[in-house]
Each structure stands twice: as structure tokens, then as C-alpha cells.
Design a protein around this ligand. Structure first.
Ligand SMILES: [Zn+2]
Length: 261
């Protein structure tokens, strides 16, 4: 039997934005703009045998450069979730944007895993073009290269078993190698959609996000994730304040949202 995990969403940052900023070509919907909050998360999957962290959050510098509010730096955020960098066997990176890889340097021993397409894109020439590059930090991409040279970064294909009960699936769209992660829990599968679905509204109203590498792939990812949801999986959006509303419990530690038992 496959292993099962407890899944936590750690809310480490936030900002205020608007519908016109977050939805691609929002004017096409002929609706007035409206304010929207955006939360920043990383995720922890653990059981007695192992702790796997999915994404790492932005660095203080990466967040400050973009006017984001950091609620907890990576180590205190891990502590809030009851863990430390040394407890973490594997770090899965769903994509290489600044708000997903900025906390990576605190994990000095973990195996780091991401898709080969994502790594190749951001370490290649196209990733340095303006409309792509502003969502990354050159020093953080440099850190990925160093990890690769040191043999600590594993690059994987379209689907990859991270550990028994934890599966990575590449969907693309938001970035060329964007991945989602499915985790087996006592309550059934949990799909950590990360930035394949920033907001539930993207899925529910079929509205792509404004930062997009391939629009057709983004729509196809919506289809795929909806199918997983219809088959009974719990879908966790990557930046939606509704995650705290839908899953949060006053008994949880501040900033830590228990997705599954
Ligand atoms: Zn993000």
C-alpha cells in the first residue's frame, strides 16, 4: 500500500492586487476591475518516514523588490509548520519563479527536484527576455545551476514519483515546465496545483492567469486539474486567499493551514 501524508499549506506572504492585474486580458470579460488579495504559500507533505517540501517561497530581497509583504521567512515558516530544513529529505520545485525558489538556500542537504523543461528554459537564452525574466532572480537561477553541478538537483520528465504516494506531473502553461504535485492522504488525493491554478476562479470560470508562457497549455492544465477534482481529489490553488477560508481552522498555528488530516 502506498504511503499517506499530512499536507500543510504555509502562508508566508501576501499582497493586495486586482482582477485586472491577475487575469489575462481581463478587459475581454467586460467587467469592472475589483480588488483581490494574493497569498503566497509553500507546502509540506509529511509522515513518520519523511518530510517533503513543495516550493520554498520568495527570499526577503526578492519579495521586497516587488513590494510583497513577507509574513514569515523560510526557516520560521518551516518552524511554524513543525519542521526544520534538516528534517526535509526532498524539496520539489513546481517552477522557477522568484516566489517559489527564493528560500531554497536554507536546504543545505535535501535533494532538489524539478522538471527538466523548467530548468532548461530558465537557464537558457529565452528565460532572460524581459517578459519572462522579471518573474525570476538571476542569483536564484544561478543557485539552481550550482545545485545541478553539485549533483543535488534532479531533473525529471512529464511524470515522476517523488516518493511512495507523492507524484509530480508536468502541465506547463504558466511556465514551460510548470508542475503540479499529487499527494496521497488519509482523506484521498490532494492536488497541489501551485501556479497551474493561482485562484479557484481560474478553474471555476475558465480564466487564465496574466503570467503565461503557453496559453493553450494553461487551458489544458485547467482541464486536467478539473478532471482530478471531479475524480475526487482535493485541489489546492497556489495563491488564493480562499485556501485559508476553505481549509483553515482556528486550531492551526498562525499561517499554517492543514489541508488534510
Ligand atoms: Zn507563484
Amino acid at each position: 500500500m502506498s504511503e499517506r501524508y499530512e499536507v500543510l499549506a504555509v502562508r508566508y506572504g501576501t499582497r493586495q492586487t486586482s482582477a485586472a492585474e491577475v487575469f489575462l486580458n481581463h478587459h475581454a470579460y467586460r467587467e469592472p476591475d475589483r480588488p483581490l488579495g494574493m497569498d503566497y504559500f509553500f507546502w509540506v507533505a509529511r509522515n513518520p518516514a519523511r518530510t517533503v517540501v513543495i516550493d520554498t517561497g520568495f527570499s526577503p530581497a526578492g519579495g521586497a523588490a516587488r513590494g510583497r509583504t513577507m509574513l514569515m521567512d523560510t526557516v520560521p515558516a518551516l518552524r511554524a509548520a513543525g519542521t526544520t530544513p534538516d528534517d526535509v529529505a526532498q524539496v520539489v520545485l513546481t517552477h522557477a519563479h522568484y516566489d517559489h525558489i527564493g528560500g531554497l538556500p536554507v536546504f543545505t542537504a535535501a535533494e532538489v527536484i524539478m522538471t527538466r523543461d523548467e530548468y532548461d528554459f530558465w537557464t537558457g537564452a529565452m528565460g532572460r527576455r524581459g517578459q519572462f525574466a522579471h518573474t525570476t532572480e538571476a542569483s536564484e537561477l544561478g543557485h539552481l545551476r550550482e545545485l545541478r553541478e553539485a549533483g543535488r538537483l534532479t531533473l525529471v520528465g512529464q511524470s515522476h514519483g517523488i516518493a511512495p504516494g507523492i507524484e509530480l506531473t508536468q502541465v506547463g502553461g504558466h511556465t514551460p515546465g510548470q508542475a503540479i504535485v499529487t499527494v496521497a492522504t488519509a482523506g484521498g488525493p490532494v492536488v497541489l496545483a501551485s501556479d497551474a491554478v493561482h485562484y479557484y476562479e481560474e478553474l471555476e470560470r475558465d480564466r487564465p492567469f496574466s503570467t503565461v508562457a503557453d496559453l493553450a497549455d494553461m487551458y489544458a492544465a485547467f482541464d486536467r486539474i478539473r478532471e482530478l477534482g471531479e475524480a475526487g481529489a482535493l485541489v489546492v490553488a497556489g495563491h488564493d486567499p480562499l485556501v485559508a477560508e476553505r481549509f483553515g481552522d482556528p486550531a492551526d498555528a498562525p499561517g499554517v493551514i492543514r489541508i488534510s488530516p
